[in-house]
Structures are given as structure tokens and as C-alpha cells.
Design a protein around this ligand. Structure first.
Ligand SMILES: [Zn+2]
Length: 370
């Protein structure tokens, strides 16, 4: 049982303060949001009230997307402490606020110039800072490098120190996709019928040495790495250790909920997330990217819960552009809930059209007991 669920069950049923009554209880309905920091507090108040009016219980604003942060990091990375400014406004509107941060990619110029050795390396020997896979921002750090682990843990620590923040939400907590979701491959004009060296990570000196010390083999000498279970697990473990030994303890020490956006095709991104010691999981069940129908959302929700041995809650991630009408989004929600989800998470605020707003409002109000 997660601390969030325990804390939630111990809270008094009523409270006069909206921020107290919603604290530490896992929300059922979440919304990812990319902030426009030029808006003033009154404009945000209106937005948050509109979101709450739809029935949404928590927002996940993107406050770190691999370069400059929208909160006080205590170092060179802060652009503006926007998050701290928003927390009381969100709470006043009755919304929890969970800080959405990118984890492994790093596009900060200072780190790029001072720590090229922190970056992940593919099986062709190319470093992700200078030769990233797919897109220029795919500059992933190595999850096993001890200095990288400390660097990322510091960010989670800074967020954990924000006293009124409800939670921390990890995104990109993984390695680059060795095989992209099949619906995405045409966007890059590639066919990935097997694991190609250019997309296969991480073969940096830290990873090679640690594997050699453990099993006596340099991973660059593995003839068929896609079939090597031990080498696969070693990559999974690099991310699991980062999460469970470096990030989760920071969040737990300050009683913050910690969650992650995770992949259904977890093997391809080296993300064995059912072993992450998090409070809840928001799997990105974006069916269109997998050339699947809406009912696939429920099937994947069920698989996710099985992988977790039904010990942690799932809030199925729904991708709005794949379900533009009220009927489709309602079908997506029902598929997730029928698959066993405790609720859902919507990607993202900027894409919400009026039909989708109506779908959310109708569904959520039908679930609320008065
Ligand atoms: Zn590495």
C-alpha cells in the first residue's frame, strides 16, 4: 500500500481549508499542462477554476523540460519560480499540483559543455549529446553514472523542499526507445524490425565497466544483445536503482507523492517500471501510436495492473488528439475504468476541445456521490 493511500484514508472526512482537505490523497482525475508563464495570477485562477469545474482533481504542470526550471532549483537552472507562485492558486481552486519533470534528457548548455561524459552512448559508440537518436532533444544522460544520479536527485530534492507541493511526477525516466511505437516509425521514415545499434543504449564507460565487473563480459562484445537477458536486465536495473535509491527517498523524506508517466512497451525504452517504488503510475496509453483501437486502453490498463500485482493504482493516460469527439473520449475513459484503472490522466490541457470538456464533465459528475 502506498503512503498516499494510507495518508488519504487517515484524513478527516471534512476540512475547512481546501488545501488541507486535498493534501496527500491520490487524485482520481489528472491533467497534464504546459504552462504559459506570461499569464498573470488572475488568468491562472480562471484556468484552474475552469479545470476544477470539469471535475479534474490534480494538475501536472511541466516545470522542467530538460533545460531551465520553473521552480527554484537552488542552482543555475531556474528560469522563474513559477511553480511556487501557482501552488496557492491551484489549492484555492481545489486542485492538487504535481510537478511534472523530465528525468533523463538534459539539454542545459552548461551541462552539455561541462559534462559530455554524463551522456548515454549507443552501441555504435555515439554519445547522445552530440549524436542524439531521432530528434535533437534526445540528449539522454546515463542513468547509471553516479554524478548523473546525484544531479537528478538534486532536482527532486529541490521540489521536495517546496512545502505545499503535493507531488513529483517523473517523465522520460528511461533510455531512448530502441524500437519506436509502430505508429510513430513512419514519422521518422524508419522501419525498426529489430534492435539497431544506433538506438540501443547504454554502452558508456560506466555501464560497460559495471557489467564487466558483474558478469565478466564487455557488453560491446555481446553478439546478439537483443536476446541477452542479463544485459537487458542490467539496463533496466540502472533506471530502477536511480528511481528507488535516489529519487523516491528524496520525495518520501518530505512526504510527497511520487508518480511517473510510463510506457506500455516498456522493454523498448528499458523501463521496467513495475519495479519502481512509486505511489502510482500514469501509463501513456496513447493507442494511436500503437495503431490500436480504443479498447486497447483497457487491455493495457489490465496488463499494467497485473505487472504491479495489483499493489499500486493505475491512472490510465489518455491522448486527446486520438479521441477528438465526446463519444470517443467517453469510450476511452470507460475502457480504462473497465480495465481496472483507479482514474485517468489527460494529455493535455492545451488540446482540450469543447466536446472533450463535455465528456470529462459528464463522466466525472456521474461518478460523484452527493
Ligand atoms: Zn551508461
Amino acid at each position: 500500500m502506498s503512503k498516499g493511500l494510507i495518508a488519504g484514508s487517515l484524513l478527516p472526512a471534512c476540512s475547512n481549508s481546501p488545501s488541507q482537505s486535498i493534501k496527500n490523497k491520490l487524485p482520481k482525475y489528472w491533467l497534464w499542462l504546459r504552462p504559459d508563464i506570461s499569464l498573470n495570477n488572475d488568468e491562472w485562477k480562471q484556468i484552474f477554476e475552469e479545470i476544477r469545474g470539469l471535475g479534474i482533481e490534480a494538475i501536472l504542470p511541466e516545470i522542467y523540460s530538460s533545460n531551465m526550471a520553473l521552480f527554484d532549483t537552488g542552482d543555475f537552472q531556474t528560469k522563474e519560480p513559477w511553480l511556487e507562485r501557482m501552488i496557492p492558486i491551484a489549492h484555492q481552486a481545489g486542485l492538487q499540483i504535481h510537478a511534472w519533470m523530465w528525468t533523463m534528457p538534459c539539454n542545459n548548455p552548461k551541462i552539455l559543455s561541462e559534462h559530455p561524459e554524463w551522456y548515454a552512448v549507443n552501441r555504435s559508440g555515439q554519445r547522445a549529446d552530440t549524436q542524439p537518436a531521432y530528434v535533437p532533444y534526445y540528449k539522454f544522460l546515463c542513468p547509471r553514472n553516479p554524478e548523473v544520479r546525484a544531479f537528478i536527485a538534486n532536482r527532486v530534492k529541490a521540489l521536495s523542499n517546496i512545502s505545499e507541493l503535493d507531488g513529483i511526477h517523473l517523465d522520460y525516466v528511461r533510455l531512448p526507445d530502441v524500437i519506436l511505437a509502430e505508429g510513430l516509425q513512419p514519422n521518422y521514415d524508419i522501419i525498426q524490425d529489430q534492435e539497431y545499434p544506433k538506438y540501443d543504449y547504454c554502452y558508456c564507460p560506466t555501464c560497460r565497466q559495471s557489467y564487466k565487473a558483474k558478469v565478466g563480459i564487455d557488453p560491446v562484445d555481446i553478439a546478439d544483445p537483443a536476446s541477452d537477458k542479463d544485459w537487458y536486465q542490467h539496463r533496466y536495473d540502472a533506471v530502477i536503482e536511480l528511481v528507488n535509491e535516489y529519487l523516491v527517498p528524496q520525495a518520501q523524506s518530505k512526504n510527497k507523492t511520487i508518480t511517473a508517466a510510463v510506457f506500455p512497451n516498456w522493454q523498448s525504452v528499458r523501463q521496467q517500471w513495475h519495479k519502481f517504488n512509486l505511489d502510482a503510475f500514469l501509463p501513456m496509453l496513447y493507442h494511436g501510436f500503437y495503431n490500436a483501437e480504443i479498447q486497447w486502453i483497457g487491455q493495457e490498463t489490465e496488463k499494467s495492473l497485473e505487472r504491479l500485482d495489483y499493489q499500486k493504482p493505475i491512472y490510465s493516460g489518455l491522448f486527446l488528439p486520438h479521441m477528438p469527439s465526446k463519444v470517443e473520449l467517453t469510450a476511452g475513459i470507460n475502457s480504462a475504468i473497465n480495465g481496472g484503472a483507479s482514474g485517468f490522466s489527460i494529455f493535455s490541457y492545451g488540446d482540450l476541445n469543447s466536446e472533450q470538456k463535455s465528456a470529462l464533465q459528464s463522466y466525472i459528475s456521474s461518478q460523484t456521490n452527493h
